[in-house]
Ligand binder design. Sequence first.
Ligand code: FAD
Ligand code: EGU
Length: 433
Amino acid sequence: MDYSTNDSKSTSKKKVVAVVGGGLVGALNACYFAKRGFQVEVFESREDIRQAKIVKGRSINLALSHRGRQALKQVGMEDTIVSKGIPMHSRMIHSLNGTQSPIPYGKKGQYILSVDRANLNKELLSAAETYSNTKLNFAHKLLNWSTETGAMTFLRADGAKEEIQADLIVGCDGAFSAIRKQFLRQSRFNFSQTYIPHGYLELTMPPINGEFAMKPNYLHIWPRNTFMMIALPNLDKTFTCTLFMPFDEFENVTTGDQVIEFFQKYFPDAIPLIGADALKRDYFCLPAQAMVSVKCSPYHLSDKCVLMGDAAHAVVPFYGQGMNAGFEDCLVFNEIMDQLNEDFSAVLPEYTRVRVPDDHAIADLAMYNYVEMRSHVNSKWFLFRKYVDNFLHIIMPRTIIPLYTMASFFVIHLTPIYSTFNMILSLYYCEGF
Ligand code: FAD
Ligand code: EGU
């Protein structure tokens, strides 16, 4: 990697930007602000994940699509990340009887990538560190900040508190953002948070004779109405399987034998691939994790603070767009900084104006897809729907483009197509919906 190009463009700029949260979006944002020449301070509550042995976190791998790649490209990180990703050109639908049916995502170049979350986070932190004007502060947990002075209070690993000032605070501290707490006290701040009844659990499918246990270049899906499982490939030839089901159902499965019984009924083909013993054991390793959808607006507070990523919009994972949208936040903010000459008092409201509708569209699409998947989507219906979508797209390539294609393979504002989608929905009544 050529580090020389990563130095600040200008030394005259001395404004301090505090990025709170060194997760996926925080680390990418640090690169963006450093590239513009700001003095960047990243504060992350965890220890440095590049040194830590075990990394607690959410999903192990994620689907990276065009939106996310575009944002990585701007800071020269696309190739590094893509080279360690596994292309998924199609979905592979697993029927109850074990039949596997592939459905392509689109044309040849239209694929998504399975990327390792921990590796992605590490690469982005290291990229941020190549800028001499960036400092990463680990084991710094934001406790509070003052909307009057902009002063932030951090709790350090040694138990001491530290007070820090910055010209701009960028809240990238995830779905339960501590930065966002101050927004809640403001007048005319909109906020909603919804937990869905489903939880998720991750299981590892090991390689068989040193090879992937299933075809690697696919996003494997087992659609079973209320239950659903998804598997994404990893570089070590394992698959990470994510089982989605209502918390009530998780509570009904309490013994190893019940796990096997449950899988026998819904995912029989996965039992030999995960391994019955491993399944009985791993199922109980971690409790099922909750999923939350958070919407808010505005995303900024005067000219001092702005929210990005899950801190601004946590979405349910049923569109594979949470991180991608968060990465796009950084890209869009950067474009507005160009347009408005880095004048925070103009940039922040403009960012809210252009970004809120698109992020809310993603949140709604993800929630709608969750409702649809859980209510009546079995493998037959999933296949049928995708065949219809692809057929209509083939006969009218310019007029009809599936919404997930637009979301995953085009970098465009989602708001207009999304409102069309809502309009069509409100025009039909379908028995059983
Ligand atoms: P986070 O990744 O949550 O990072 C926040 C960071 O802030 C963390 O490092 C945290 O330690 C730190 N922090 C928190 N509080 C403080 C504090 N007080 N002080 C300092 N630091 C703090 N998205 C996709 O695009 N594709 C997918 O395929 C996909 N799959 C998913 C599957 C599942 C099961 C789930 C749950 C999510 C999935 N997502 C996916 C969404 C994706 O995980 C998130 O959108 C993404 O992680 C958001 O990044 P972030 O940096 O905003 O937040
Ligand atoms: C869920 C969990 C298939 C990773 C939505 C598709 C997801 C991912 C789909 C997870 C589905 C669902 C789409 C992508 C993607 C599909 C998409 C969901 C990645 C509409 C690691 N979803 N996901 N839609 O089209 O647009 O294949 O955990 F099962 S990638 Cl729920 Cl494109």
